[in-house]
Design a protein around this ligand. Structure first.
Ligand SMILES: Nc1ncnc2c1ncn2[C@@H]1O[C@H](COP(=O)(O)OP(=O)(O)O)[C@@H](O)[C@H]1O
Ligand SMILES: [Mg+2]
Length: 287
């Protein structure tokens, strides 16, 4: 569990260890339960107020896996930015284990479609950089970096530079960088969107393995309905203008899931129909 690697909360009654940042202690322990309550976000675009998200409410159990699908521009990335704490909500609130999100925090990490590894640092250097400012002692730092590189199967590429990695490897590196902080919540914004189909399938398996190994609450944005159904406990379908939750579809299938099975196909049609009703698919005559 990710939380097991986090320092103990205030219930321990002990003075924070050197690697504990005050806010990590203040947040206390928890299993990464995420709650969005009536979240709204507006932007000023050319003098006009654009409602990007309106009344978005969502609960993700600690250790749960939720995917978000929806048309381009419906506010999926904005939603993740609000959860990370890169921007404040205009309305409503976001809570992690009962504590309101106010800015970025080590308990939430994000990975994007482009790996964003720094080209002048090795893979290990990139991953290690994510620990900057967390006060992790140098000796422990190396151990944590090699642990996550092992977890994503890149232990032999610690000294490679990003240009020496394939697209899939670089994405795994980006996920390792997100996990090294031992977050309670992992946010993934179309992480496999730029990869070929085979690599994508392989990384889906890896992501499941990582999620199961670390028990980290995962919120994945994807364009791929099959990917969402294969991976998650719940698929959330968003609609646009303004971005709202149109449907929540539970996926009660045991893992590993059979993408070709009847139950999977039924759920797939259900998600596509919900997307069609939200206007995401033109004339979705799906049965
Ligand atoms: N910083 C910003 N300023 C103004 N408009 C923005 C900003 N970020 C996003 N938007 C607008 O918000 C809407 C949702 O964007 P985004 O969250 O990126 O959608 P998605 O990830 O679903 O494609 C889009 O219309 C986009 O142009
Ligand atoms: Mg986006």
């Amino acid at each position: 569990m990710a939380i097991s690697t986090l320092p103990g909360g205030p219930t321990t009654g002990s003075w924070p260890k050197p690697w504990q940042r005050p806010e990590a202690v203040a947040t206390g322990s928890g299993n990464g339960r995420l709650a969005l309550r009536h979240v709204g976000k507006r932007y000023d675009v050319e003098g006009r107020r654009l409602a990007v998200l309106e009344d978005v409410s969502l609960e993700v159990n600690g250790g749960g896996f939720v995917s978000i699908v929806g048309p381009s521009g419906c506010g999926k990335s904005t939603l993740l930015r609000l959860v990370v704490g890169l921007e404040p909500c205009d309305r409503g609130e976001i809570l992690v284990d009962g504590t309101v999100v106010r800015g970025i925090h080590r308990d939430r990490s994000i990975a994007f479609q482009d790996h964003r590894l720094l080209p002048w640092l090795t893979l290990a250097g990139n991953v290690s950089l994510a620990l900057e400012g967390l006060g992790v002692p140098a000796a422990a730092r190396q151990g944590r970096v090699s642990e996550v590189l092992h977890l994503v199967g890149l232990q032999d590429f610690a000294d490679a530079f990003p240009h020496q990695l394939s697209g899939g490897m670089a994405q795994r590196g980006a996920i390792a960088r997100a996990l090294v902080r031992a977050p309670r919540i992992l946010l993934l914004d179309e992480p496999f969107g730029a990869l070929d189909a085979i690599t994508r399938l392989r990384l889906q398996e890896e992501l499941l393995r990582l999620w199961q190994a670390r028990g980290v609450t995962t919120l994945l944005v994807t364009h791929d309905v099959e990917e969402a159904l294969y991976l998650s406990d719940t698929v959330v379908v968003m609609q646009s203008t303004p971005g709202q939750i149109g449907a929540r579809i539970e996926v009660p299938l045991p893992r590993p899931r059979d993408r070709t099975g009847e139950a999977f196909g039924t759920l797939r049609r259900q998600v596509l129909r919900a997307m069609g009703e939200g206007g995401a698919l033109p004339g979705a005559g799906l049965h």
